[in-house]
Design a protein around this ligand. Sequence first.
Ligand SMILES: Cc1cc2nc3c(=O)[nH]c(=O)nc-3n(C[C@H](O)[C@H](O)[C@H](O)COP(=O)(O)OP(=O)(O)OC[C@H]3O[C@@H](n4cnc5c(N)ncnc54)[C@H](O)[C@@H]3O)c2cc1C
Length: 349
Amino acid sequence: MGTANQARHHVIIGSGVAGNQAAETLRRRDPDSRVTMITLSKLPFFNRYDLPRVFHGERDWRKLIVFAPEYYLDHGIGLRRATRVTGVDGARRTLALAHNETVHFDTLLVASGASPYIPAELAEYRPLMHGFASFQDAVAAADALPPGGHAVLMGGDTTGLDLGRTLLATGYRVSVVADQHLLWPHEVTAALRPRYFDALRGMGFTVIDAEPRGQMSAVRAAGAGRPARTLVFNDGSEIGADIVMPFFGIAPAIDYMLGSGADIERGLLVQPDLRTTNEAIYAAGDVCQIWSDADKRYRFYHGWKNVRAMGELAALNVTGAGLPWVPSQDESLQLCADGRLHSPFWEYA
Ligand SMILES: Cc1cc2nc3c(=O)[nH]c(=O)nc-3n(C[C@H](O)[C@H](O)[C@H](O)COP(=O)(O)OP(=O)(O)OC[C@H]3O[C@@H](n4cnc5c(N)ncnc54)[C@H](O)[C@@H]3O)c2cc1C
């Protein structure tokens, strides 16, 4: 890049797949700039798709990290861990951190991903559910499962079923409580639902349809003679388990972008070049909805390949490439000849 760019400060919010791919590309394309990555995470970047390894007994987080801390030093990428962004001022080009620091940026890439979505009627029971978003979550869930224990996966989205396959392979009992989030983000028609239930049963899952039970209504903690967790349905029926885990899809992590000047629908809205309505702010990964001319709407693109490609594209465009988004992920759910289900969202690397 030319001298005009020398003092440019590229800030990236998020150190997931999208943020790290963007940092690598920015460093390469704009070697004289400052690149700062800010993340809530206490650990350096680890591959979330590798988290199921915790259930194979892996307890050393260093075995899951993709880049050691030296990588960031060697590449001149400032990594600020355990740091929360609380607000963005798009006009002033500043962002606010939770500890009252203000950071100036020339370009901002929002790659803050998403959090597990929990339906409003179940939100108060969140403390009784085991999450699966971080290494610490995964260890807590694995520690709460006795050998051969029973895990209940509420909702049954693709991330949950991916974990479920590992749990089955490691000797646990796994029940999927299917609601409208079954296999999300794939669309499951009513006609195909029974076939998918059969396929999941063939894979070893116990499948419980939440609909005839009036949907899930509560989670209860252990009581006298009761299992560690009980999932209760609106018709009064119950299932006991060692752990219950929410897999109802995800909600973009964008609270701090309200008032930033960038448009928001469910995610941060971007044009095909991944630029938001503020010319200095781009977005990539699970946090954004990209304008699709074919569909005439803003839409999410999920999956590891797409997320990484978005990080790459955003960095290319921040540094002047002017390229449009082209999806790089097959999105079709497959019912294989052996009766098993395969989601392309389960593929990575
Ligand atoms: C165990 C597991 C298995 C998965 N399996 C699949 C799968 O099989 N198929 C599939 O399609 N997807 C799967 N996913 C989802 C996949 O991980 C995501 O699509 C991908 O991680 C999104 O990458 P990202 O870079 O957009 O965001 P993330 O990886 O979510 O990274 C977000 C980053 O933003 C940071 N952040 C958020 N808010 C703030 C803030 N206010 N201030 C500072 N930093 C912030 C976070 O700390 C984090 O570093 C899985 C996820 C998990 C957890």
